[in-house]
Design a protein. Structure first.
Length: 356
């Protein structure tokens, strides 16, 4: 059986880490007799340089024709001076909306072997945590009306947050279904004491929760959630929240996990096709040095196997190999102890492959 996977390697460390994920997928394919067809498409700065636009039509077509998409990262100083709608990052919003991806899953867990790197207090670390942030991806303030106008103090800028009940219902169902396969607890994060969109969000969560009687629903204000994530992350199973709150909370969650270089993500829509990518950016400061941590990209590939391709055993195998490589002491510089030894991107990738 052959699986068609579109690769969007992008900019900065994107190509290095996507190459690592592909090498690991090939190793899994060899072990289990699976055939992966990988096709590269341009995105971001690389696409601007070659075609003049960050998201060429051919890329959209190629991704729509694939079973799933693996993305590295886009952006870098070379393109920072371009106007907003021509910047590499614009391609991310474009490809998500072209593929109808409105659910973003960001797991964050403690890797026991890295517990010394966790910035939290020892007693909190000892309790451990394994949570999933479900972030709404195509609505809210990042997509609302924006502009400039004359205000009371002169010229002012504005951005608008809006959510329909429909948009909240579908992200709620995604969160409840995911929680059903985990510890059956959903915490919906909002700012319902201030925002009207949050009041609709909360009421809609309550309504949809009736369809999932075995999943417990709780609510938390976003300011409290930000605090609880560092005070007691173990209390969370699934956190569901809006686009902007999810953006912020998931970076916070990444930090308590040890390194931004470890965290994968999945973006999903209605069908089985999804786009999988590390949560970090293109890290221009270390691009081309061969020292990027490939684990977030490799773990994104594992999520892709499990969620879009239904290859649970193969996904487990990759995750176990990553855990083992870390436990065996392999560390790229981002997770190495101060003054400790570190390995290159290639060496870390090989360490994972050797454990598959
Ligand atoms: P970043 O995530 O690229 O880097 C932040 C810090 O984390 C840097 O010090 C970097 O070296 C480090 N880091 C990130 N990934 C790492 C890895 N795999 N291994 C080791 N260290 C890693 O964020 P930034 O510096 O704010 O943004 C850089 C560029 O990436 C910008 O152009 C930004 O717009 C873009 N960006 C893209 C995406 C995406 O493609 N999804 C996401 C965020 C930022």
């Amino acid at each position: 059986m052959a699986y068609d996977i579109a690769l969007l390697r992008g900019d900065g460390i994107g190509p290095e880490i996507v190459d690592s994920a592909v090498a690991v997928l090939r190793a899994v394919g060899k072990k289990y007799g699976l055939d992966f067809n990988f096709t590269n498409y341009l995105i971001g700065g690389a696409a601007i340089d070659e075609t003049g636009v960050p998201l060429p039509e051919e890329t959209v077509k190629g991704c729509l024709g694939a079973q799933c998409v693996l993305l590295g990262a886009v952006g870098g100083p070379k393109w920072d001076g371009l106007p907003g709608d021509r910047r590499p990052e614009k391609a991310l919003l474009g490809i998500r909306s072209a593929l109808g991806l409105y659910t973003n899953l960001r797991p964050a867990r403690l890797f026991p072997a890295l517990s010394d790197e966790c910035p939290l207090r020892r007693d909190i670390v000892d309790r451990g945590f394994d949570l999933m942030i479900v972030r709404e991806l195509t609505g809210g303030i990042y997509f609302g009306d924006r502009g400039y106008r004359d205000g009371r103090y002169g010229r002012e800028a504005f951005d608008t947050e809006s959510y329909s009940a429909y948009e909240v219902e579908r992200i709620a169902r995604a969160a409840f279904s995911i929680a059903g396969g985990r510890r059956k607890k959903v915490t919906s994060v909002d700012k319902a004491n201030v925002l009207e969109t949050s009041r609709l969000w909360r009421a809609t969560m309550e309504k949809v929760s009736e369809e999932y009687p075995d999943v417990e629903l709780g609510h938390m204000f976003v300011d409290n959630a930000a605090m609880q994530l560092v005070r007691d992350p173990g209390q969370f199973d699934v956190i569901v929240t809006s686009n902007m709150f999810g953006d912020i909370l998931s970076d916070e969650a990444s930090q308590i996990s040890g390194s931004i270089g470890l965290l994968p993500s999945a973006s999903l829509g209605e069908g089985s096709r999804g786009m999988y990518e590390p949560i970090h950016g293109s890290a221009p400061d270390i691009a081309g040095q061969g020292i990027a941590d490939p684990l977030a990209a490799i773990l994104s590939a594992a999520m892709m196997l499990r969620i879009s391709l239904g290859l649970e055993r193969e996904a487990d195998d990759i995750e176990r190999a990553v855990d083992q490589a870390i436990s065996d002491g392999f560390r790229t510089p981002d997770i190495a102890r101060a003054g400790g030894e570190s390995v290159t991107t290639r060496e870390m990738t090989q360490a994972v492959i050797d454990r598959i």
